[in-house]
Each structure stands twice: as C-alpha cells, then as structure tokens.
Design a protein around this ligand. Structure first.
Ligand code: UD1
Length: 420
C-alpha cells in the first residue's frame, strides 16, 4: 500500500492546469450506455475511479478505445449484460449511476446494492423511489437491486425529498428515454449535473432547466453518438487553492471555471488571500501571510461544497483565530480532525461542528486517511507542518486527484510517493 512522504513548511508557488472533473466524468461515462452509437469523451482525468467505471462499462459489453490524450471512444452497440457486479460496486459507489441508463435503454438492470462508506450511510432510496415513480418494478435480492420496466419507463412528476446529486443524475438519464415528460423537482444544481445534461443534450435529449431546482425532460425514442469534453474539476481547483493559501504561497490556476468556485474564493478572500479572476484562470496570492480563520457550513450547490470542508478545516488549524466548520450533508465527515489533532491541531467536535482553534504551526506525524477529501486535507496539513508527515492509505487520493505529487512538486513542495 502506498503513502506520501511530505517535508512541510515551504510556501507553494507556480502555475497549474486543472484536470477534468471526476464527478462529471463518472455520470457522463454511465450516460454513454444510453445509445448504441459511438460517443467520444475528452478531458477525462487519469484516476482510479475513472478506470473502475471503464471496467464496469467493459463488463457490460461496451467497446472502449482509449487514446493517448485522455480521450475515450465508447461503442454502446455491443452491450450484452445488464448486471453491475458487487466486485466493482464495492470499490466505487458511483457505479449506481449505470442503473438509470441501463433500465431506460434495455428495460432491465441489476446493480449490486452499494454499502455505506467512511463518511456516512449514503442510502440510494431516492434513486429507487424516482425510478419506481417512472414505472419500474424494483426488488432487492441477494444484495442486488433488480429493476424491470419491460414496456419502457414513463415520464413522471418527481419531487426529491433531499437534494441528491447522484439521484438527480440517475433520474435525469433514465428520463431521457422514457415515454412522455418527466419533471424533477428539488433537483441538485451542481455544475456536474449541468455538464451531464449538456452531454445528454449533445446526444439528442430534450432537457430544460438543468442548473435550477426544476429540470424538465421530454423523453425521446433514441439518443445518438456525440463528442463531448468534460468540464474542469472545481474540487481539485479548490483543493490546490487552499493548499497554496495555507502555505502562504502564490499560484495561477489555468483551465478552471471561476464561477464554479465562487463561494470557495469568497472564503479564501476572507482568510486573507488576494485573488484575481480571468475567464478561465484564477490567481491567488497569500504573500507569506498567515491565514485568518473562516467559518464554513456545507450545503448543496451553490452553497459551500462538502467536498471542500476537510481542506478548509486544515486551513483553519494554522489560521489566526477560531474557525467553526459545520457539516450538514454527510453525517460522519469530520473524521479527519482526529488525525489533524495528532499533528498538533486543536479541533473540538460539537455535534456536526468542528471548532478549530488556529495554532502557529503543526508538527509532522504519520497519519492515515479514511476517505478521498480527508486524505487531501491531511496532505495540506503535511505541507504546512514542520518536519515529516507520512500520509498512509493514499489509494483514496488516487481515486480523485490526478498526479497529486507531481502537481505539488511543480509548485515547489517536497513530497514523494513511497510504496511499501
Ligand atoms: C456526490 C459526489 C460527492 C459529493 C456529494 C455531495 C459524485 C460521484 N460524488 O455524491 O463527491 O460529496 O455528491 O455534494 O458525484 N441521500 C439520501 N438518499 C438517496 C441519495 C442521497 O438520503 O437516495 C443523502 C445522502 O446520504 C447525503 C445527501 O443525500 O446525506 C447528499 O448525497 P448525494 O448528493 O446523493 O451524494 P452523491 O451523489 O453520493
């Protein structure tokens, strides 16, 4: 199992290109199942989760050709299996995203029931309720969700009880091939939902309102192939901005959509960063200053992203003042705080809030990550700490950050991967 060895205390400086968004690429790859024609997807990030989704498509019978420039050609004409097996679903919960497309195109699908994970129980009840409202017959047997709609799905008026990104995406994909009109209310407004909708529109889907909380989909009888470029990763962008701010450095991020990270930029300005924005670039300069503590409360988009919560907790550990970080989306997502305390941070947990009293510095220590964004926050803590930090279990990081050590090295960080 690999780890990252970090010798902290160096301000990060330089420029970085942001990769394609994992959380847009995953539903888009699942969405390729909706057509028997060829789709070409560009700007895929080089990540374990993407490889897992490709493996899943391959096991459904899809033909895949990967080019050297992070593009992939997907041929959906050869699908010969509608079962997503436990072995793949257990390594990536987002495998549930094939349920809607398979059911819509083939009238049946079987997907292993995804379990909970480190950050919470993460049910998929709203995905299933929505598909049932569209006429699917769903049972759970032997740990598998078995869904059938022999005569095809029907459009329906669905109000999602909780804002769910994956639920919105699954139902959006299913509705593109349903008979009649579907209305999704209280839909997720995340940019990744919009990117998926734009991909589906490029395939001939009739969708209005993506990016608002009501999405209307008029079902069509078939979708066609297309070429599509995945949006930049706003969470990767935010993570590097926080890493640079925490170390007092300066960075120019390129290939980013600044409006997607507006709330993150507001919080970084509040922490003391000078930030300027161009159409597809962001410059952040901390000029060696110690950050000021900031309060954040996570919420669905356009609120503060839960996927940026751990990184801001790390920033607060060395900030001036006391920062309150409240997690409202997942029930168990403050776990990384215990590892940060082992590095000398002062974090108290009260319910779903972390009260972070900033210290002038952290001390390096061996730490262990429990989920993807928690790992990133421990890397940030290691970059500011004095001495050596070893972040263990970095397979979590490789699920979501492309070449993290190369990117940080290019900014002057002393970081290297160890395999042991
Ligand atoms: C996606 C992102 C993840 C991000 C999260 C919230 C992907 C691949 N992952 O996860 O990085 O942290 O959005 O922004 O895009 N819920 C239910 N029932 C359901 C579905 C969800 O109760 O059927 C609850 C969840 O337990 C959670 C909340 O709704 O408390 C939000 O979850 P959701 O938006 O569905 O997260 P994911 O799509 O799994």
């Amino acid at each position: 199992m690999g780890s990252l060895l970090i010798r902290g205390g160096r301000p990060l400086h330089g420029r970085l290109k942001v990769s394609g968004a994992k959380n847009a690429a995953l539903p888009i790859l699942a969405g390729t199942l909706l057509t028997q024609e060829v789709t070409r997807i560009h700007n895929l990030p080089h990540l374990h989760d993407i490889t897992t989704m490709m493996e899943l498509l391959g096991c459904l019978g899809v033909g895949l050709t990967v080019d050297e420039r992070l593009g992939i050609e997907v041929d959906g004409s050869s699908v010969n299996n509608v079962r997503a097996p436990y072995e793949l679903v257990k390594t990536m919960r987002a495998s549930i995203l094939v349920l809607g497309p398979l059911l819509a195109r083939f009238g049946e699908a079987e997907v292993s029931f995804p379990g909970g994970c480190a950050i919470g129980s993460r049910p998929v009840d709203l995905h299933l309720k929505g598909l049932e409202a569209m006429g699917a017959d769903i049972t759970v047997e032997d740990g598998y969700i078995k869904a059938k709609a022999p005569g095809g799905l029907r459009g329906a008026d669905i109000t999602l009880e909780t804002v769910t990104v994956g639920g919105t995406e699954n139902l959006l994909m299913a509705a593109t091939l349903a008979h009649g009109k579907t209305v999704l209310r209280n839909a997720a407004r995340e940019p990744e939902v919009v990117d998926l909708a734009q991909f589906l529109i490029a395939m001939g889907a009739k969708i209005a309102g993506a990016g608002s909380s009501t999405i209307e989909i008029e079902g069509v009888s078939a979708l066609h192939g297309c070429d599509y470029t995945v949006m930049p990763d706003r969470i990767e962008a935010g993570t590097y901005l926080v890493a640079v701010a925490a170390t007092g450095g300066k960075v120019r991020l390129e290939g980013v959509i600044p409006s997607h990270v507006a709330i993150v930029l507001d919080k970084l300005r509040e922490a003391g960063a000078d930030i300027s924005v161009e159409s597809d670039a962001i410059e952040l300069d901390m000029a060696g200053r110690r950050p000021s503590a900031v309060a954040v409360t996570t919420a669905p988009y356009p609120g503060f992203p839960t996927d940026m919560q751990a990184q801001f907790t790390a920033l607060n550990t060395i900030a001036e003042g006391v920062g309150r970080v409240t997690e409202t989306v997942f029930e168990n997502r403050l776990i990384q705080t215990h590892e940060m305390n082992r590095m000398g941070a002062d974090i108290q947990i009260e319910g779903n809030t972390a009260i972070v009293t900033g210290r002038p510095t952290l001390r390096g220590a061996p730490v262990m990550a429990s989920d993807l964004r928690a790992s990133a926050s421990l890397v940030i803590a290691g970059l500011v700490a004095s001495g050596e930090t070893v972040v263990d279990r970095i397979y979590h990081i490789d699920r979501g950050y492309e070449c993290i050590e190369e990117k940080l090295q290019s900014l002057g960080a002393d970081i290297r991967r160890q395999t042991h």
